[in-house]
Design a protein around this ligand. Structure first.
Ligand SMILES: Cc1ncc(COP(=O)(O)O)c(C=O)c1O
Length: 443
């Protein structure tokens, strides 16, 4: 094709951009186009300021257009556009790995870089299997996910996902998979943060072990707080119990922290907030403040060392991506970590969390509200579905929020909120008051 062909009939179509996770024909009737962003706000192409209640897509934790991050990306683009990480490197890669592992819980001391949460999850699942293979336990191939878990759109992540409709059109997926139940039930509705009971849900792992034979199971992967599946914080003691059962049976525990990482729960990672150390941890999104695609798998020594025991000249892990440790991503990541430190974003999130939780709970008396869950600066609000039209009320509420100048998401009839951590009291009040006002008039 030449550039002249761009003007040929049939080119310049408004459906040239095949959009992800979007009802495109509906979208084109009501487009939502953003042209700039700053701190807590987006600006639309028709000049409206929109309060960002989602940190973009759970990623812009330090606020939009953060000057230090933007400048670092600019500088690196002018200095070093690309270096492969296959048999070569650049100073930013080692610096980012060191800065990231310094943030992580003690014990997670190795970082494998990728370019997204999906790649991080698929990499972690492959590392888990290869770890057992390296130790002579190659029968351990089964992967255990959990109901409502979201682990991205790679084949591995989709296979362990606990959201059935995401898998519907793409089978067959990995066969060697089982799922834990969501550790949540109606008795926990309106829990103030973590449900007090429910640790027993972890015993479901013992049942899976019993019917599968522990020696065939490679890993369990969970989001410490189920994120896009609806924001479900773990019951007190649940993650500890999972950890203990994994230890008992030689199963690796993977925390998918693509949403919970980078300050969202008032600590760098949920592993620290809940005091439970996984064997592998995946992160992405907030690690570059969303400004350049990047993800990582963090690994414990016990895992890493198993790979380093083979022949000294062999490639230890036959896995990687063209853009692993991309210089621009490393520059953005280093600046993001510096900004988190400079502005004390973990402490800020921890300080705001009680106000966030209480203000969210203020929706309890609003029409249609069936449950409210919060964890750190995350909220999930279940609305009762309209009869025969599951998801319609959630869609209408999210759309009405946008028309009122605020971006939130919905998963069916569950409203989801995850604003940048630079928000203040007035932002918190506006987010929940807007939803309250909309619910008062929504049928
Ligand atoms: C917990 C979790 N894991 C993995 C992913 C996939 O990340 P990405 O969309 O960057 O591939 C997401 C995305 O929302 C996520 O929330």
């Amino acid at each position: 094709m030449t550039f002249a062909d761009a003007d040929a009939p049939g080119r310049n179509r408004d459906d040239a951009f095949w959009m992800p996770f979007t009802a495109m024909r509906q979208y084109r009737r009501k487009p939502m186009n953003f042209v700039s962003a700053d701190a807590m706000h987006y600006e639309t192409d028709d000049g409206r300021r929109i309060l960002d209640g989602m940190a973009g897509l759970w990623c812009v934790n330090a606020g939009h257009g953060q000057p230090r991050i933007t400048q670092s990306i600019r500088d690196m683009a002018g200095q070093l556009d690309f270096v492969s990480s296959f048999r070569m490197s650049h100073p930013g890669a080692a610096a980012m790995a060191q800065a990231l592992t310094a943030l992580a819980p003690v014990g997670l001391d190795h970082a494998f870089f990728v370019s997204s949460g999906s790649e991080a999850v698929d990499s972690a699942l492959k590392i888990a299997r290869a770890y057992h293979q390296a130790r002579g336990e190659g029968r351990r191939v089964k992967l255990i996910g959990r109901a409502k878990g979201y682990h991205g759109m790679g084949w591995g992540g989709l296979s362990v996902s606990g959201i059935g409709r995401h898998k519907r059109d793409f089978g067959p997926l990995l066969g060697e998979v089982a799922h834990l139940p969501l550790p949540y039930d109606a008795t926990m509705a309106f829990s103030d943060g973590q449900p007090r009971h429910g640790a027993d849900y972890a015993q479901a792992l013992e049942q899976i072990v019993a019917v599968n034979d522990a020696g065939t199971i490679a890993a369990v992967i969970v989001e410490p707080v189920t994120g896009s599946g609806g924001v479900y914080p773990p019951p007190h003691g649940y993650l500890d119990a999972l950890r203990a059962i994994c230890d008992r049976h030689g199963i690796l525990l993977i925390f998918d922290e693509v949403i919970t990482g980078f300050g969202r729960l008032g600590a760098s990672f949920a592993a620290q907030a809940y005091g439970v150390l996984p064997d592998l941890l995946t992160c992405a999104k907030g690690m570059t403040n969303g400004a350049v695609p990047m993800g990582a798998v963090l690994a414990r020594d016990t895992v890493f060392d198993a790979f380093m025991a083979g022949p000294p000249d062999a490639i230890e892990l036959l896995h990687g991506y063209t853009y692993s440790a991309h210089p621009l991503a490393c520059a953005a990541g280093l600046a993001t970590i510096a900004v988190h430190d400079e502005f004390g974003l973990n402490a800020r999130a921890a300080r705001l969390e009680p106000l966030w939780r209480q203000t969210a709970r203020g929706l309890r008396d609003a029409p249609h509200v069936a449950d409210i869950r919060t964890a750190g600066i995350l909220a999930g609000i279940d609305l009762t579905p309209r009869s025969g039209a599951s998801g319609a009320r959630g869609n209408d509420c999210a759309q009405a929020c946008f028309e009122a100048g605020m971006l939130i998401r919905n998963a069916g009839d569950t409203l989801l909120l995850s604003p940048p951590l630079v928000l203040d009291k007035a932002d918190i009040e506006r987010l929940f008051k807007t939803i309250h006002d909309i619910l008062n008039r929504l049928d």
